[in-house]
Write a protein that binds this ligand. Structure first.
Ligand code: KG4
Ligand code: ZN
Length: 347
């Protein structure tokens, strides 16, 4: 009953990634980010993403195999299985990883698991580097997952691998999308999340009273961030662009606090409703320091266990995809690769 050794590829958006894991212990993880390519366009350009995935794939794959101390021509013997992200994402971008994985499967004779990108994010909390002691657990405990990325904002009740119930999602923008759009309004670079995070640390979260959407109705687990984005735009129209670093930091801190308040309040409500002992926060936005601190405080106050991913595994990576593939392979749950546009985990 040993953890499975799996190599995975991930190319759903603007990161080309390859990793090798043993269960949730990371033997190697290489991520080539295209952020610089897309920054000058203020967002991800799908055609450019596909092209850069093509260029990056071979070196990233080679890098991950070397970093794990394996030999390329012995992969068929040294691995148990392969995995690849096949949904959701930009189809032209996904296709690059999928076709490379199919080629590897043919060449090595290894089984290939199609993995849902968001199921990958669920595993990110368990990932630990082999040279730092490795993972303690290889299976998902029962928990309330807060999935917050550039494309998703979802509360999902996770009872175990493959057992996902969607409790609430955003009606419009995803949390990460809101960070990126507000950053753009403020003249900051793409992706805006990390920049706002840094500036917010210097600002006053109570400087501007931004709205907390859909907080009044008890039991409403839906989100909406479009109104908040409009409120920031209206604020800028009224008082002008922030004219100092402090004023900019204040707007960032106030906006971030509005996002964090809603995420924490709704996640905690969902946890109580379903009598769940743990909350896990995953996805690119899970890197946000304000969000992590607020969940830590809530956990101490309400007595639940809070877990999130190590910073290195919050954003898109292939280690999380490999870990999901390893858990599925251990059970013999093979889902053949099928490029699909399915977005939610419980579709
Ligand atoms: O999971 P991810 O890397 O890609 C998707 O699957 O979408 O998430 C990317 C999103 C972007 O919107 C980015 O601005 C946001 O995560 N993000 C952050 C932070 N770091 C990345 N948002 C807030 N604070 C951060 N520190
Ligand atoms: Zn992601």
């Amino acid at each position: 009953d040993r953890p499975m050794r799996v190599l995975a590829l991930e190319s759903s958006c603007d990161e080309t990634a390859c990793a090798i894991v043993e269960g949730c212990t990371v033997l190697s993880s290489v991520v080539a980010s295209q952020v610089e390519v897309h920054a000058r366009f203020g967002g991800v350009v799908p055609e450019l993403a596909s092209r850069h995935h093509l260029d990056a794939l071979a070196p990233v794959l080679r890098g991950a195999v070397e970093q794990a101390g394996l030999r390329f021509d012995e992969l068929g013997e040294s691995l148990d299985a392969l995995a690849v992200t096949d949904c959701p994402g930009l189809v032209g971008a996904l296709l690059v990883g999928v076709q490379a994985a199919r080629g590897l499967a043919l060449a090595t004779g290894l089984p290939l698991h199609g993995v849902h990108h968001m199921e990958g994010h669920l595993f990110s909390t368990l990932l630990r580097r082999a040279d730092q002691g490795g993972a303690e657990a290889h299976e998902l405990p029962e928990h309330l997952a807060v999935l917050v990325s550039g494309g998703h904002t979802e509360l999902v009740l996770v009872r175990g691998l493959g057992d996902y119930t969607l409790l609430g999602a955003t009606r419009d923008d995803a949390a990460g999308e809101a960070f990126d759009k507000v950053a753009k309004l403020l003249g900051l670079r793409y992706p805006g999340g990390p920049i706002i995070d840094r500036l917010a640390a210097e600002g006053d979260p109570e400087a501007v009273a931004f709205p907390r959407a859909m907080m009044n109705k008890k039991g409403n687990l839906e989100f909406s961030f479009a109104g908040l984005k409009t409120a920031v735009a209206t604020h800028i129209e009224r008082v002008g662009q922030p004219d100092s670093r402090q004023a900019l930091a204040d707007v960032c801190a106030s906006f971030q606090a509005a996002v964090v308040d809603v995420l924490v309040a709704k996640a905690c409500a969902a946890r109580r409703l379903h009598d769940c002992a743990r909350i896990h926060v995953v996805g690119g936005v899970a890197a946000n320091r304000g969000l992590r601190a607020a969940f830590e405080a809530a956990a101490a106050r309400e007595g639940f266990t809070f877990a999130t991913a190590p910073l290195a595994y919050c954003g898109d990576n292939a280690a999380m995809i490999a870990a999901a593939g390893a858990a599925r392979h251990r059970r013999g749950w093979l889902r053949a690769v099928e490029l699909s546009s399915s977005t939610s985990l419980d579709d």
